[in-house]
Design a protein around this ligand. Structure first.
Ligand SMILES: NC(=O)c1ccc[n+]([C@@H]2O[C@H](COP(=O)([O-])OP(=O)(O)OC[C@H]3O[C@@H](n4cnc5c(N)ncnc54)[C@H](OP(=O)(O)O)[C@@H]3O)[C@@H](O)[C@H]2O)c1
Length: 381
């Protein structure tokens, strides 16, 4: 296992961390973790040098923390740094901090959390935490030894990331979504660099874009890029090595769902290192990114010049969902996202074809036609 500095903390983290959001489940019972298999995976990873385990209040419907409490018995708790998170969306009043945190300690069968995060921070949750003086509570837990390091995970636009990062002077670490397709998404590469410059350890989540970058046989244009190289790596390893190559990356969390994935990612981590990719290999990743992007049906750059739409169609958001669904061949997930994230009065079928958007689009996209295609694909109609 390779170990890396973790920001200004004195913790040397394993390059690979275990994310407990995608544990194996009992076949046919989606809410139940296959505990014997999941424990075998977690303990094997720890035996092979993984020293950071990530969970949260909400993972597996609350069962992830309970499971880990059991899996880390028999001396395993002492071998790892344990990370879990305050469920930001459930916090209404100051008393909630103690209530959730004490339940988490019970679930995890521990008296302290090594790395505690405010979960999924966005503008709304950040404002709520500031109103409730969350840092008074955090600093008391740190003084009492119940929290060892404080950080946050993030899901919002970059300016909000900068605001949160600079809005508290004692952050130890943060957790961001980052992979070779999400370089300019949310915190992105800019956020990674800023956090690292400020001395925070950076935890990477969704390194394989939730598995989309790990399919054994990617679409032909992407496969052709990887096939040119001499490395015998699978697509998952390319994505992971690209992350470990960067000095600002602290640890890469992988949400592994099979024992085989654990073994593969442990082997990849053992080959990892800052600067271990050659210049040519870094170019391979650039080419793979372009090949994926070439599969997108709409060449929308998300510049938002088309907004506001007079009839409130959320044009760039719809194209993003449509592009992702087509690129990664996930029509069902795209349909679900479209139904759940775009309100009916903002969907593509409320377009009145006034052409205002088309006159403003710097890419000269035929937006009206693309909206029709997107609606058919995403509504299954
Ligand atoms: N704080 C937050 O807001 C937040 C949000 C997201 C995630 N997280 C944390 O970050 C962790 C990592 O994110 P993630 O789970 O999305 O990571 P990820 O590595 O991007 O995706 C995990 C999925 O990738 C696939 N995979 C992993 N290793 C593979 C391999 N060697 N070969 C082929 N496929 C492989 C598996 O998909 P299949 O199951 O389909 O095989 C697995 O479920 C989570 O587990 C969680 O702990 C936190």
């Amino acid at each position: 296992m390779e170990y890396r500095n973790f920001g200004k903390t004195d913790f040397m983290t394993s390059a690979l961390g275990f994310g407990c959001m995608r544990l194996p489940q009992v076949p046919g019972e989606e809410s139940r973790i296959d505990e014997p298999e999941a424990a075998r995976m977690v303990r094997h990873a720890i035996d092979q040098g993984v020293n950071y385990i990530d969970t949260a209040w909400s993972y597996h419907g609350g069962q992830s923390e309970v499971f880990l409490g059991k899996a880390l018995q028999d001396g395993y708790r002492e071998k790892v740094a344990l990370a879990t998170k305050m469920p930001s969306w459930l916090i209404e009043k100051q008393e909630d901090f103690d209530q959730y945190f004490s339940t988490q300690l019970e679930r995890l069968q521990t008296d302290h959390i090594d790395f505690y995060l405010l979960h999924a921070l966005n503008q709304k949750h950040w404002d709520n935490y500031l109103n409730l003086n969350v840092f008074d509570w955090v600093e008391k837990q740190i003084a009492d030894g119940k929290i060892r390091h404080i950080g946050f995970s993030f899901h919002d636009e970059y300016p909000v990331f900068e605001k949160i990062l600079t809005g508290y002077d004692h952050w130890d670490f943060c957790q961001i979504q980052y992979n070779y397709m999400d370089v300019d998404y949310q915190a992105g590469q800019r956020g990674l660099q800023l956090a690292s410059e400020r001395g925070l350890g950076v935890v990477i989540m969704e390194p394989l874009k939730g598995g989309k970058l790990a399919i054994e046989v990617p679409p032909a244009p992407v496969k052709a890029v990887f096939d040119q190289t001499e490395r015998p790596w699978k697509p998952a390893e390319w994505a992971l090595q690209w992350l470990w190559n960067q000095p600002e990356v602290g640890l890469v969390l992988s949400g592994m769902s099979t024992f085989e994935q654990v073994e593969q990612n442990l082997a990849s981590a053992s080959r990892s290192g800052v600067g271990s990719l050659t210049e040519n290999e870094a170019t391979v990743i650039e080419e793979a990114r372009s090949a994926w992007q070439g599969l997108a049906p709409v060449a929308c750059t998300h510049c938002e010049y088309c907004l506001p739409c007079p009839n409130e169609v959320l044009i760039p958001q719809i194209f993003e969902i449509y592009n992702n669904a087509v690129m990664y061949d996930h029509q069902d997930r795209g349909q679900h996202t479209y139904q759940s994230q775009i309100a009916e009065n903002n969907r593509a079928d409320v377009c009145i074809e006034c052409e205002v958007c088309e006159s403003l689009c710097p890419q000269h996209l035929t937006i009206i036609n693309y909206l029709k295609d997107a609606h058919v694909y995403l509504s299954g109609g």
